[in-house]
Design a protein around this ligand. Structure first.
Ligand code: PDD
Length: 283
């Protein structure tokens, strides 16, 4: 049977799913999203993702839309049953909805478009993690509301493709001489056994994985500081790693022409990788 997805109340095959050209998500990128992992049929950290989704909806004035985000759990469970997913990812996409004419101003009452579907993103194995990845550094030219998980991702798309077209895994973003995040990840650095990650602000997404890593590291006696990380801190770091729901720890051993830790993945990155793996196994 063809893979089923959820669109506006119906479970339908992915290839039959269509939306109107008048959808504001299509015309304006007017909407928000979430990406939630599924491990062994269990929805990972659903409450944290729903909390962030609620916040994104609030920040774009969609808090009163008539879709109740508490229905998401049941929808995902139905999709897991229908498609027999075990380890997978769920993409949740809520746009402001369909309007008769293309205009910036949206009506007070508009029905949101809700899409929920499984995605099979590649997850790196331990050998790949242990070898490390490369990154480039670019100026963060995105907007200053990067705390919203907005579907308007052109900036991130250009920045991630810059990395991929130039043989890097990720692009690390610098604004006002400070690290914000990666094009699709949050970033941690280690210096003298102390761990740093940029503090939350409008310049970065409050990553669910970022939060998990901070908690696991602290529970295991490591010092984590949420504070500004400058471009030069990044360049002289002992370790750098990126994190996201798709790949929770991706060690970076080279940034442009700068080699980190002689090109060897650091011990703390490997330790936190194992801590997350264990946390997932026990989840
Ligand atoms: N993106 N920062 C940005 C800009 C991101 O796009 C992501 C994740 C993160 C990490 O957030 P989390 O740990 O909650 O996944 C940080 C997802 C994976 C995506 O857009 O596909």
């Amino acid at each position: 049977m063809e893979e089923q997805i959820y669109l506006n109340g119906a479970y339908i095959p992915r290839t039959n799913a269509n939306i109107s050209i008048m959808d504001r998500g299509f015309l304006f990128g007017d909407g928000v999203y979430e990406l939630i992992p599924l491990y062994g049929k269990k929805i990972f950290l659903l409450d944290k993702h729903l909390k962030r989704l609620k916040n994104s909806l609030n920040l774009v004035g969609m808090e009163n839309s008539d879709f109740d985000i508490n229905n998401i759990e049941g929808i995902i469970k139905t999709l897991v049953d229908k498609n027999k997913y075990e380890d997978y990812f769920f993409y949740i996409h809520i746009t402001r909805g369909v309007q008769n004419t293309r205009q910036h101003i949206y009506p007070e009452k508009i029905k949101p478009t809700v899409l929920i579907m499984g995605e099979n993103y590649p997850v790196f194995n331990k050998d790949e993690i242990a070898k490390g990845f490369t990154a480039s550094m670019q100026s963060d030219f995105r907007w200053t509301k990067s705390n919203i998980k907005s579907i308007s991702l052109l900036g991130s798309v250009l920045l991630k493709n810059y990395a991929s077209q130039n043989g890097f895994y990720e692009t690390l973003l610098i604004r006002d001489n400070k690290l914000t995040e990666g094009s699709a990840s949050n970033v941690f650095i280690v210096k003298d056994n102390k761990i740093f990650t940029p503090k939350l602000s409008v310049d970065l997404l409050p990553g669910v994985t970022r939060d998990l890593l901070i908690n696991l590291l602290r529970e295991n006696g490591l010092d984590v500081f949420e504070k500004d990380v400058t471009e030069s801190d990044l360049k002289i770091a002992d370790e750098v790693w990126c994190c996201s729901s798709t790949n929770f720890v991706v060690p970076i051993i080279q940034i442009d022409d700068i080699t980190i830790n002689n090109g060897i993945v650091g011990n703390i990155a490997l330790r936190v990788y194992d801590l997350v793996r264990n946390f997932i196994s026990a989840y």
